[in-house]
Design a binder for this molecule. Structure first.
Ligand code: 5GP
Ligand code: MN
Length: 338
């Protein structure tokens, strides 16, 4: 679609003064990187552009250029709602169903703006006038890079834009190792380095800013690791008490689920995190090969995502959620044991 309708988007952009950019709730490096990358681009073109995040995001992303311009909907509802009502174009990035905007979805639904979706998850909904959806892409940041290329704006990629997009591609590909990483991904990243992304510095700012508390929480998580060799599955749980004991901050559990997958012979890894204040258990699923965690999360845990990385939730207690999970596993024995 992006090829056939790029002129229409260009025409919409030419008319628009106010642009709002929205990442998904619980924004990750890809969602924030894509949002800030586009923010810089539109501001440089003379638009009034704003990023409105449905809620807060981790400390390890807060150094990104333009971070101070992100409006947190939970903290600034009035300002955010005014901007949404004035927006002529709204970009929704790294999600494909308005429910992923959390409480913000209601205001978004009342907006008269032209919606543009840029996203790499499966099964997009059809709320957007322009849907650029490609589940084979490594990241939304790679798609934004591609989008700028289609707009013939390659030369307008500044070091700030390059830094934001590099960060999102890097975090969503697990530092260029997941199967979604293609030769095009590497070509995009090479171009971003040429345009001013300092790759070594970005890796260090994202991955080498751990707190002692976070590493100790990881210790607890690994102590809780359970391995089911028969079903090639490993899972970790963290209770609210364990999180509090290590002074949990947003983002501290990022990446923990991947440790399960690093075990030899394991193809399905899960982390269950108790969120008492939200009255739910947040779950992350990861897999290797063709075991489809998107389908698994959709069917059993009100979630979704990609074939090898998905999320979901449960309203049962932490313990009952794990019991439910262990009950479901044998249904997948053929896929897991092959
Ligand atoms: P994570 O486990 O890192 O939170 O998310 C992994 C992938 O699944 C991401 O692409 C994320 O956008 C998606 N995802 C996480 N939680 C949910 C959810 O509750 N619903 C849906 N549809 N996707 C989710
Ligand atoms: Mn993403």
């Amino acid at each position: 679609m992006i090829d056939s309708r790029i002129f229409e988007i260009t025409a919409e952009l030419a008319k628009a003064e106010n642009i709002v950019i929205v990442p998904h709730k619980g924004p990750d490096g890809d969602a924030i990187g894509a949002s800030l990358g586009l923010l810089h681009y539109f501001k440089n073109k003379g638009h009034k552009a704003k990023v409105i995040a449905p809620n807060d995001y981790p400390h390890f992303l807060k150094w990104l250029p333009g971070n101070e311009e992100v409006i947190n909907y939970e903290q600034s509802k009035t300002e955010a709602e005014k901007l949404i009502s004035e927006a002529e174009i709204i970009f929704t990035l790294d999600f494909n169903d308005l429910s992923r905007a959390g409480d913000m979805q209601e205001v978004l639904k009342t907006s008269k703006a032209v919606f543009v979706m840029i996203d790499h998850h499966q099964e997009p909904s059809d709320y957007a006038e322009f849907t650029y959806s490609d589940a084979t892409m490594s990241s939304t940041c790679e798609m934004v890079y591609e989008f700028l290329h289609k707009l013939r704006a390659d030369k307008e990629i500044t070091p700030e834009i390059a830094t934001c997009l590099y960060t999102g591609i890097m975090t969503d590909t697990g530092s260029f190792r997941f199967s979604s990483t293609s030769s095009d991904t590497h070509r995009a990243v090479a171009e971003l380095i040429d345009r001013g992304a300092k790759n070594f510095e970005i890796h260090s700012r994202v991955f080498d800013t751990n707190s002692e508390n976070k590493l100790q929480l990881l210790g607890t998580a690994l102590q809780n690791l359970k391995v089911n060799k028969k079903f090639k599955t490993a899972y970790i749980s963290l209770s609210q008490e364990e999180l509090q004991r290590h002074n949990f901050k947003k983002g501290d559990t990022e990446g923990f689920v991947n440790y399960g997958l690093s075990l030899e012979g394991i193809i399905f890894a899960v982390i269950f995190i108790e969120k008492e204040n939200e009255d739910l258990v947040k779950i992350s699923f990861r897999s290797k090969g063709d075991f489809d965690v998107n389908q698994f999360a959709r069917k059993h845990f009100e979630g979704g995502g990609h074939i090898n990385a998905a999320g979901g939730k449960s309203n049962l207690s932490l313990n009952d959620t794990i019991v439910k999970f262990n009950r479901i596993l044998p249904e997948y024995k053929e896929e897991l044991m092959k």
